[in-house]
Design a protein around this ligand. Structure first.
Ligand SMILES: NC(=O)c1ccc[n+]([C@@H]2O[C@H](COP(=O)([O-])OP(=O)(O)OC[C@H]3O[C@@H](n4cnc5c(N)ncnc54)[C@H](OP(=O)(O)O)[C@@H]3O)[C@@H](O)[C@H]2O)c1
Length: 334
């Protein structure tokens, strides 16, 4: 098979290489899948650049959707999937940036007939993330005001739609002006947009912008995926007893933090959640995936595929994602 390998930590063009290698074989409880499309996610960047510890070389990629081409007997017992089943996954065993991917059957979810595989690959990881953030970590209610960073990104576009469908007041924080047009163009009311690109001092100006839009009180919840550059502003932007949901660090990791800050900022809650803990049982995984796929099928959740790169151009896909110019999902097509 052809696969992308991350050969050493570092910038994408120096790290990611197309290689030929034998197809992996599914072990007990596993499926071998031929992906129709592979999702590129920010976690692939953290793993490639050394932010998250990984062995090198490794095949990057958590996500994809495709057809089962081989299944261990017990994999069918676990999941009901057989050769030919259409499946999606947000965690793989062998790495998703390849022509053939080993997936634990317990981690594979069925793709409904009315959903094409590239759309499923585009929405499995980021859609389930948006779902758990706004429905489980901080269950958003119609009378809430919430701030969401990277609101035109992969997770951001999906989470923003969910928040607005609930009827809550959304403060969408984006890096640059073209993203404002995208958010305004999607025709959903109740969005307040804050642009980081115009700010000289993000810590004071972002907090000020969110306070201005909340009568000085701060947001009920701040969903911060940027991390190092915005964390201090986020602390200032949560209202008394509200919640700071730190779910990523696209600008870098947050430095060491004194819990006393939480009472100083109004007895606020801080959580650093991860998808694995919100899909920890097969039942929860299936429920989240089915809810997200159902919303997409019914047209309630729009999926924006920003770029589709050939598998061989994985380095360009990473460079695009890191450039802060993508608006929506980045896919690789084998
Ligand atoms: N915890 C979880 O379970 C979980 C699961 C999935 C994703 N995530 C996190 O969610 C975030 C979004 O992931 P995604 O895959 O959907 O990516 P994305 O939002 O499509 O892309 C990342 C965005 O982060 C923003 N950003 C701000 N500062 C940046 C910087 N210094 N370098 C690069 N980007 C910067 C950019 O938007 P602006 O230019 O508009 O600011 C950029 O477009 C990531 O932090 C990821 O780790 C967490």
């Amino acid at each position: 098979m052809r696969a992308i390998q991350a050969i050493k930590p570092g910038p994408a063009p120096r790290s990611l290489r197309l290689t030929d290698m034998p197809d992996p074989q599914p072990g007990p409880g596993q499926l071998l899948v031929r992906p129709a499309a592979i999702g590129v996610n920010y976690i692939d960047v953290y793993r490639r650049n050394g932010t998250y510890t990984m062995p090198f070389p490794h095949i990057p990629g958590s996500e994809g959707a495709g057809e089962v081409i081989a299944a261990a007997d017990d994999a069918t017992e676990i999941s009901g999937f057989t050769v030919g089943s259409r499946v999606a996954w947000a965690r793989s065993v062998s790495g998703s940036y390849a022509d053939a991917v080993v997936v634990n059957a317990a981690q594979a979810v069925p793709v409904p007939d009315d959903l094409d595989l590239p759309t499923a690959a585009a929405v499995t990881l980021q859609g389930m993330t948006a779902d758990y953030l706004v429905r489980s970590t901080f269950p958003v209610k119609p009378d809430h005001t919430v701030a969401l960073y990277a609101a035109a990104g992969g997770v951001g576009l999906l989470a923003g739609q969910m928040i607005r469908r609930i009827g809550a007041h959304l403060i969408a924080v984006v890096g640059s002006a073209p993203k404002v047009e995208l958010l305004l163009d999607d025709g959903v009311p109740q969005v307040d947009i804050v642009v980081l690109g115009t700010m000289r001092n993000v810590t004071t100006e972002l907090a000020e912008a969110i306070r201005q839009r909340t009568d000085g009180l701060g947001a009920h919840a701040v969903f911060d995926s940027i991390g190092r550059d915005t964390f201090a502003a986020s602390l200032e932007s949560v209202r008394r007893r509200g919640m700071l949901v730190l779910f990523g660090g696209s600008s870098g990791p947050v430095p060491a933090f004194d819990p006393q800050e939480l009472n100083a900022h109004g007895s606020i809650f801080l959580t650093r959640p991860t998808l694995a803990d919100y899909t920890a049982t097969r039942q929860e995984l299936l429920e989240r995936a089915a809810r997200v796929f159902g919303e997409v099928s019914r047209g309630e959740l729009k999926v924006r595929i920003a770029h589709s790169f050939p598998l061989a151009e994985a380095a360009a896909a990473h460079t695009a994602l890191e450039s802060r110019t993508t608006m929506g999902k980045v896919l690789l097509i084998p």
